[in-house]
Design a protein around this ligand. Structure first.
Ligand SMILES: Cc1cc2nc3c(=O)[nH]c(=O)nc-3n(C[C@H](O)[C@H](O)[C@H](O)COP(=O)(O)OP(=O)(O)OC[C@H]3O[C@@H](n4cnc5c(N)ncnc54)[C@H](O)[C@@H]3O)c2cc1C
Length: 450
């Protein structure tokens, strides 16, 4: 990349893609890209997808004006690498290197800076969208397509594909100083989290290791550091939270602190065993490797067969949910009595712009929410109906006025689903931007595995 606008290259690629799409004869369209962090299986995939792999470049970064232009399928690892050369970063960088900017906008992205900057889509200024009929348009908060701009987050590629995005970037310092603070009860934990969100800090997230073992991790940028830790190979970041109160990381290592071990989920592939770690080597210890393994596992149903052989019934519970702060102790109580597995990732988020409304993922701008991320398989000797545990989570989240991301399994009835994700606005957008229904609708895609 150089610092000049290279719109021709992008425009050329776009024209080529439009021509391909106009000749695409399959009744439905889907994306073909290099990586995916989607944890829903799709039924009846047939024919080739629309190849958008080449839309993976950072077009330009303009630090003095605080923005970057980037193609929609650019993985964050590449975007962050370019940004750091200019001492800036996107305000919210999802934790996994392979997540793409377009995927994070359409599929809801958050991080430990979300208490300050909101969700990924709130850092967006403009998007070029490819529509199902092969036309393209630019939408922004102020032009004639502003409804699409606000309706795009949580549409999961059912309204159009983001080919180019203009996003905000913010300055960084070279290091991040981390403080890990332990709490023993949920009330004081969430009160302290609320309190920290009102202070001058740069990052905050949390890790819950079990009842009575709750940690907040507060991050502040610094110009210098007495030492730095390295969690990209032999040492494991999430373990360090229990072992030390203070730590320093290079800013890039902070941004990717969770990637090496996919939070803690590398454990399921024996990735935390020192011998396996040495065999894999630092280049393969990352979310790209684990998602490939996970997709293979799901494709061939390996865990399911293995558990059945041992006489277990199993259900994957891979969810991220947002709960209003005041209900968090109640949510945790429910969690420890039902889902139970730990660790759980905790991340406060607050909508940034009090006046902006993103109707397909409606959050109250006056409320601080806490994201709980929990990803594991529940095994039991007792047979339960499909989705038993996931349905319990969905119900509890609804009861507590929370929201659930749709990147993983969902079991809502159509009625429940559309009550939450704004049927009226969605179909207004669908009728205007995909009137022939060449993309599946959101319910068909996210719940019925279309
Ligand atoms: C285990 C796990 C942990 C996660 N943890 C986090 C987390 O900590 N923080 C966080 O922010 N997010 C997290 N996510 C969610 C993740 O950000 C979303 O799933 C996101 O949509 C993935 O983006 P992707 O680029 O990998 O897209 P894909 O997985 O390839 O696609 C996701 C969906 O978006 C659509 N899509 C992809 N690109 C575009 C585009 N350019 N335009 C329109 N539609 C598009 C696809 O059609 C698909 O429906 C997690 C997901 C998983 C599975």
């Amino acid at each position: 990349m150089n610092n000049e606008v290279n719109l021709e290259t992008y425009e050329e690629k776009k024209l080529r893609l439009i021509a391909i799409l106009q000749q695409h004869s399959a009744p439905e369209i889907r994306l073909a890209k290099n990586t995916s962090n989607l944890f829903r299986d799709r039924k009846n995939i047939s024919g080739p997808g629309l190849n958008v792999k080449s839309f993976n470049r950072v077009i330009r970064i303009v630090p003095e004006e605080g923005f970057a232009e980037v193609e929609g399928m650019t993985p964050y690892v590449d975007l962050v690498e370019e940004c750091l050369k200019y001492n800036v970063m996107p305000p919210v960088v999802p934790q996994l290197k392979s997540i793409t900017i377009g995927g994070a906008v359409t599929g809801i992205g958050i991080e430990s800076s979300s208490f300050k900057y909101g969700l990924v889509h709130e850092t967006l200024q403009e998007m070029d969208i490819l529509l199902a009929d092969g036309s393209s348009l630019t939408c922004s908060p102020h032009n004639e397509h502003k409804r699409l701009f606000f309706g795009f987050p949580n549409s999961y590629g059912t309204l159009g594909y983001a080919l180019k995005l203009k996003i905000r970037v913010v300055p960084v310092k070279p290091f991040v100083h981390l403080t890990h603070i332990r709490h023993r009860d949920a009330i004081s934990y969430f009160a302290d989290l609320d309190n920290h969100c009102k202070q001058h800090i740069d990052f905050i997230d949390g890790t819950i290791f079990g009842p009575g073992e709750y940690y907040l991790t507060v991050g502040k940028f610094t110009e210098s550091a007495p030492y730095t830790s390295d969690y990209t190979y032999k040492n494991i970041y999430y373990r360090s939270i229990r072992e030390r109160e203070s730590d320093y990381l290079h800013v890039g290592d902070y941004i990717w602190r969770w990637d090496t071990d996919w939070f803690w989920c590398s454990e399921y592939f024996l990735g935390q065993n020192p011998i396996v770690r040495r065999l894999l080597g630092p280049k393969r210890l990352n979310s790209v490797t684990y998602t490939k393994l996970m997709h293979l596992n799901r494709k061939y149903n390996l865990t399911h067969y293995f558990n059945t052989l041992l006489g277990y019934h199993s259900e994957a519970v891979i969810q991220d949910v947002e709960i209003p702060l005041k209900h968090c102790p109640e949510y945790l109580d429910f969690y420890f009595n039902t889902i139970k597995f730990t660790p759980v990732w905790v991340c406060p988020i607050r909508p940034l712009n009090k006046n902006a409304r993103f109707p397909l993922y409606p959050l109250d701008p006056e409320t601080l929410y806490v994201n709980f991320g929990f990803w594991n398989v529940i095994k039991s000797r007792k047979q339960t109906e499909p989705g038993y545990y996931n349905r319990m989570v969905e119900k509890k989240v609804r009861d507590l006025d929370g929201m659930k991301s749709l990147y993983s399994d969902a079991y809502y009835s159509a009625e429940q689903f559309w009550e939450i994700y704004n049927q009226e606005e969605y179909f207004k957008l669908k009728n205007r931007y995909d009137p022939r229904g060449r993309f599946k609708d959101l319910y068909a895609k996210c719940v019925q595995h279309g």
